[in-house]
Design a protein around this ligand. Structure first.
Ligand SMILES: Nc1ncnc2c1ncn2[C@@H]1O[C@H](COP(=O)(O)OP(=O)(O)O)[C@@H](O)[C@H]1O
Ligand SMILES: [Mg+2]
Length: 397
């Protein structure tokens, strides 16, 4: 008779003490190498303790540099001192419009009520009335703020409202992975949102190693990983982008692989296998921090690659594109998306950057009929890239 699979699994050895500790959503007790950033955010929020408004703060930096964790950590400490509800954390990936942000905010103050379907004006007035009556200096964290479609309107309404509030205020902490996001903002939005700015720098390999060690000591059994394997994870993550999330993801996958292989010890071999597994997640992180125009350039490259495959049944090596045809495809794509196009000069600049990130490779062709052309090749599977960007640009659900 077949044995119950869970009895079998129950008997198997495990490498984990607490798997959750290795997840990106886990908030560690202490954040390493972020003392200055925590202090700066705390200084910004300090007026709340005297029941005064704080003003807005804008934080940006690449994925996995600890922005979300540092803000949550600092708010947690402030909440230990102020014993009243004041903060609202919103991930704008899930709440990507003014209306959604406002209803989510109101719901924080009335957790038991459902406000879906109410008009935007009603919801907004209700928020203002609530904080004014309760004398709340509200802090709304808009994480991944670049995902909000009608951000200018949202900021405009909030700034206007703030001017009329007497006993309370609305203060924003905007967070973005997109380094060039602020350039795109309406000047008025920019000046209100960016009253104060902070940049989070990527971690180096030594810092990443310490961050990993902290998690390993809580999440994995003793002696579960070799020193060279730990160095390898840190080195890979530092090279990819100095991103603690990638480092943790590598560690988690490597641990799972080690457990499956049933020796419950992570060595370099398991790290290399994990790396292959998370490649898609790494590309996703890279692509999602690119500015929209650059995403469209990349989308054009991927779509053209797909088209050529369909037409000519080329094999992987032959899917090389000339920069001229990519530029045409890019203009066409941007037009379909109702976006402005950038000039050839910017386009080349974008290609250079994509190459720098390793998303594409390019070579200059020899003396052809029409002189030299730049030949472009995608570094990853075109279908995957299309899927990621379409999601990023909100073209699919
Ligand atoms: N300084 C740090 N110390 C400990 N863990 C960190 C640190 N920075 C980031 N992490 C961990 O790395 C992961 C990604 O961090 P996160 O705050 O989500 O980055 P971001 O918001 O910049 O993308 C989280 O699991 C977080 O706990
Ligand atoms: Mg984040």
């Amino acid at each position: 008779m077949q044995q119950n699979i869970f009895i079998e699994l129950q008997k198997a050895k495990t490498i984990f003490v607490d798997r959750n500790v290795l997840m990106p959503s886990y908030l560690p007790e202490t954040l390493l190498f972020r003392d200055n950033e925590i202090r700066e955010i705390a200084e910004t929020l300090k007026p709340i303790m005297q029941n005064q408004k704080t003003g807005n703060l804008f934080i940006y930096g690449k994925t996995g540099t600890g922005k979300t964790s540092t803000v949550k950590h600092t708010l947690k400490e402030l909440k230990e001192v102020i014993k009243k509800e004041f903060d609202v954390y919103i991930n704008c990936r899930n709440y990507n419009s003014k209306y959604k942000v406002l209803t989510k905010t109101l719901k924080e103050f009335y957790p038991e009520k459902d406000f879906t379907g109410f008009s935007a004006t009603f919801v907004f007035e209700k928020i203002l009335k609530t904080i004014e009556e309760k004398k709340i200096q509200a802090v709304i964290v808009l994480d991944e703020i670049d995902k909000i479609k009608d951000l200018d309107e949202l900021i405009y309404s909030l700034v206007r409202a703030n001017e009329e509030l007497k006993n309370s205020s609305i203060n924003l902490i905007g967070i973005s992975n997109k380094l060039t996001f602020k350039e795109k903002l309406d000047p008025r939005t920019k000046s209100s949102l960016l009253e104060k700015e902070m940049v989070f720098k990527p971690y180096n390999a030594i810092e990443l190693k310490e961050i990993l060690r902290q998690r390993i000591s809580k999440g994995l059994k003793e002696n579960s990983i070799s020193e060279p394997a730990l160095s390898l994870i840190s080195a890979i993550a530092a090279k990819e982008s100095g991103d603690a999330r990638t480092a943790l993801m590598l560690l988690l996958r490597a641990a799972e692989i080690a457990e499956k292989e049933n020796n419950c010890f992570i060595e370099e071999a398991q790290v290399m296998k994990a790396r292959e597994k998370i490649e898609e997640e790494i590309i996703f992180n890279m692509i999602s921090s690119l500015p929209e125009q650059q995403q469209i350039v990349l989308l054009a490259i991927a779509m053209l690659t797909e088209k050529k495959r369909g037409l000519q049944k080329l094999n992987e090596e032959e899917r090389v594109l000339s920069s001229g045809e990519v530029y045409d495809e890019y203009k066409e794509t941007a037009r379909k998306l109702n976006c402005q196009t950038v000039s050839m000069r910017w386009f080349r600049e974008y290609l250079n950057e994509l190459e720098l990130y390793g998303i594409i490779t390019s070579t200059i062709s020899g003396k052809g009929m029409r002189g030299q052309t730049r030949l472009i090749k995608l570094g990853f599977k075109s279908a995957k890239i299309i899927k990621i960007i379409e999601k990023e640009l909100g073209l699919t659900k």
